[in-house]
Design a protein around this ligand. Structure first.
Ligand SMILES: Cc1cc2nc3c(=O)[nH]c(=O)nc-3n(C[C@H](O)[C@H](O)[C@H](O)COP(=O)(O)OP(=O)(O)OC[C@H]3O[C@@H](n4cnc5c(N)ncnc54)[C@H](O)[C@@H]3O)c2cc1C
Length: 306
């Protein structure tokens, strides 16, 4: 637990981020979790996933952006991604972070920027998922999502909820009334006990409760986890309730539990892989190490092997 907190603390250190991203040597460490530096590399990775029966979601790595000019280049990047999906005929949607679009500068700016991407995705028949970040921006993220959802349809824009937050069951009940497409995950940030369950067991129990609520809603949701117990609970519940395998999708992160991804596909489940790419890999990469500190040794071993 201490290691997780320490790694999550380091994930927020700007100095380390600057240091690590400046040297391509460090970039080499990340290849297991990050699909490349540019859109073409991510397209190639997604094409391979599609060949293995998985759909995907693009994530252009960047977050907590502090300049308006940078938010503009993030919007342009996503418009290019949406065009690249159509041009290459791959099966993928996109995931965005509102702090990448300026949420911490001005929520109105984040809304306007996200709106441009959602509008383009809707025009192309694609879908935008709004990732959820630290609890300091949960409420603002949900508010922007609700504004977008009021303007666009169920299949144009969706959101994410984290089972570690106490508020999540209420948010899930509220959002399915819209209705909304929700990705359920456990949550990847360092949260205090005032807002999030400190114990894994409570996070997992809440995950199962929220998953059951989502699956019962009749909307197509994403069950995002690598945890075999969460996956089994989802399969069991769906089977018991007569919910078809095509009524929801499992989601996993690029490079994690590929064996399980393939198994779920071969068992007839929908499987979407979240594919991060880009130069700003540091916070994302550190959160992946925090989830499983054994990854540090895995990464170093592969690095030393060359
Ligand atoms: C598609 C997708 C989108 C996500 N979007 C968000 C988001 O918007 N906001 C957010 O806060 N979080 C997001 N997450 C991250 C999520 O919140 C968790 O931090 C992460 O998925 C680990 O939780 P778990 O459900 O896999 O269970 P855990 O209990 O953490 O792990 C269960 C098992 O999965 C395997 N595993 C888990 N993580 C790793 C890893 N890094 N490396 C290797 N093995 C691992 C291990 O075998 C582990 O024992 C997303 C996750 C996925 C899959």
């Amino acid at each position: 637990m201490l290691t997780r907190s320490a790694l999550l603390y380091l994930s927020r250190r700007e100095g380390l981020k600057e240091f690590a991203t400046r040297f391509s040597l460090f970039r080499k460490l990340t290849t297991r979790f990050i699909a490349g530096e540019n859109i073409d590399e991510a397209v190639a990775a997604i094409r391979q996933l599609n060949e293995h029966g998985c759909t995907a979601s693009f994530d252009h790595l960047n977050e907590s952006v502090t300049s308006t000019a940078e938010t503009e280049s993030e919007v342009r990047e996503y418009l290019d991604v949406l065009a690249a999906i159509d041009d290459s005929s791959i099966d993928s949607n996109v995931s965005i972070k509102l702090t990448q679009f300026g949420l911490e500068i001005d929520p109105e700016m984040a809304y306007r920027n996200a709106r441009r991407v959602v509008e383009d995705a809707a025009r192309r028949g694609n879908f935008v998922r709004i990732d959820i970040e630290g609890s300091n921006v949960t409420q603002a993220t949900i508010e922007v999502f609700k504004r977008l959802r009021a303007e666009f349809s169920l299949n144009d824009v969706g959101i994410v909820l984290q089972s570690y937050l106490y508020r999540t069951m209420d948010d899930a009940r509220d959002l399915i009334k819209l209705p909304a497409r929700i990705r359920l995950c456990k949550g990847a940030y360092n949260e205090p006990p005032e807002v999030a369950y400190p114990d894994k067991k409570n996070v997992d129990d809440n995950y199962v409760r929220v998953m059951q609520l989502l699956l019962s809603s009749g909307v197509y949701h994403g069950i995002a986890t690598h945890d075999p117990r969460m996956i089994d609970a989802t399969k069991d519940f769906a089977q018991r309730e007569g919910i078809g395998k095509d009524a929801f999708e499992f989601q996993m992160l690029y490079g994690i539990r590929r064996d399980l991804q393939e198994k779920l596909v071969s068992d007839g489940y929908q499987m979407r892989v979240y594919v991060p790419y880009g130069k700003h890999w540091y916070p994302y990469f550190m959160r992946r190490l925090a989830e499983r500190p054994a990854n540090i040794w895995f990464v170093l071993k592969n690095f030393l092997k060359g």
